[in-house]
Design a protein around this ligand. Sequence first.
Ligand SMILES: [Zn+2]
Length: 215
Amino acid sequence: MNLILLGAQGSGKGTQSALLAQRFDLEPCASGDLLREAMAQGTPAGQQARPYYERGDLVPDELMVGMILERLKNLTDAHGIILDGFPRNHVQADVLDARLAEMGQAIARVIYLEVPRALLLERLSGRYICRAQGHVYNIKTNPPKTPGICDIDGSELYQRSDDTGEKIQHRLDIFFSETLQLTDYYARQGKLVTVDGTQSIADVNYAILVNLGAA
Ligand SMILES: [Zn+2]
């Protein structure tokens, strides 16, 4: 089973991806990690992508899809993948569908964690990250026990420079315009599952499982 998880930063996508990976024995494939790992391992697609990455250019869709297919071919115990961050538009989704079909594979479901913009803004602007290991806190929803200090490793918490007002607004603008394309695309294929992402982690997870026929 191959899934796509759609959700803005702050939608709880990372947490749900980890839960689904565990539940169904799937391998999480965030597009940034996929690219870095393919380059580090020197896979064919990774080698072709490296010059684009080093110039700071976007890696062509064909190469991103190539890395996804490489990952699928090399799965050892996992039963599929969870894509996060790719595709971003219907052109990429078309390329992905076509290449998966050549391998006898397909996307089973596309899960959209829907969270209203105002709530995303509140969650994102309250985000703090620990310097040592990147543990994520939120001053409103998940504060550390001691202000400014990571509960787990005691390191300092800081706010990323792009977790501030205008940059967040801009990222959300891009997210919503891209995501509308994708939700339309996968709704036409009958694969879209929209889940209310404002609920608790457990409730969101349960809603996803119900929609996948697994609860
Ligand atoms: Zn930490």
